[in-house]
Design a protein around this ligand. Sequence first.
Ligand code: PLP
Length: 401
Amino acid sequence: MPDVLPWREPVPLDGTMGEPRARGRFGEYGGRYAPESLVEACREVDEAFREAWADPGFRGALARLLAVHAGRPTPLTPARRLSEALGVQLYLKREDLTHTGSHKINNVLGQALLATRMGRRRLIAETGAGQHGVATATAAALLGLEATVFMGERDIERQALNVFRMRMLGAEVIPVTTGSRTLKDATSEAMRHWVGATGDSHYCIGSVVGPDPYPWMVRELQRVIGDEARAQFAAELRTGVPDHVVACVGGGSNAAGTFAGFADTPARLVGVEAEGGAGAARGRLGVLHGCRSLFLQDDDGQIVEAHSIAAGLDYPGVGPEHAHLRELGRARYVTVTDEEAIGAAVRLARTEGIVPALESAHALAWVISAAGSGELPAGSTVLMTLSGRGDKDVSTLKELL
Ligand SMILES: *Cc1c(COP(=O)(O)O)cnc(C)c1O
């Protein structure tokens, strides 16, 4: 994808995790690096979303969809037995209990509703393991839209069940045969396809990545996680806010949505990445998929493929707002290995009766190790977003346990 837009001078954010009045810039990260026709399409999405987000009618319709179709609000569950063992008070925000089993539905229902409002008849999406693809196909079916999902050929082989699910839901799944035939290539291909279809199609990105307005629009659509959790935590403990707020980070949408609810509080924000996909912790400045952020690169600046047992964390970069939060020191980014995540998944299953997605297990693995090392002092309160359920991972785990 050519980067035809010159970088404009960065303008500081007006209030951390507020609306980026600087138009998609988070410090020196973000922007809208795209061919002319997509710049225009992004401008239209930006305008439509700002208008919709300020419209109580749109907000009400989305809230109703989230309630009656996705099962919101999700509970805040005290992890009693695990807390006792760790010596901290751990609370889980249960995105695993939403329809389709992860936080991704929050974003796609919002974007699908926006697409309808914009008069679009089709959603275009990229998917890696198929979770965002399934969520998009679900939202499209619900609202009577078509769905075209781009997926790397290698992922199609590895994720046959989700491919079937998408087709069952009526979506067209298009195999991507370029590059490493995985998520990075599927994203490039979806954007390329959108160039020729901006008139009737909306590109539904699955995380807080891509050109402006996607990073902040997706964060706004996911902030329902943080806003609900904050109110639930206050009601549960009557002490205001947790000491620590923790979430796993792939592109960073469940973490951004969670953090947004606590950005103006003293809570410490921790993003947990996969060791092999640590864009925030180990990435370097670059431009990919329409935005300037931190990406894993080799010495020649070529994007390095990410590797994680958790498909949702298998992205070589991180959303621009996370890069900015890291630079500001407002959030901290740490990494966890595959083995630590597997151990955490088993531990949660056996102490709380919850089989988490392997992505979410990364966040828990950090909580477990930080409680052990004293980084999380005894008695401290921790709110962790459990981004999804582990059903999709049982065949992976079955091979390993
Ligand atoms: C996709 C996914 C993630 C990673 O995406 P983010 O945008 O970083 O939230 C995490 N957990 C689950 C269950 C996922 O499906």
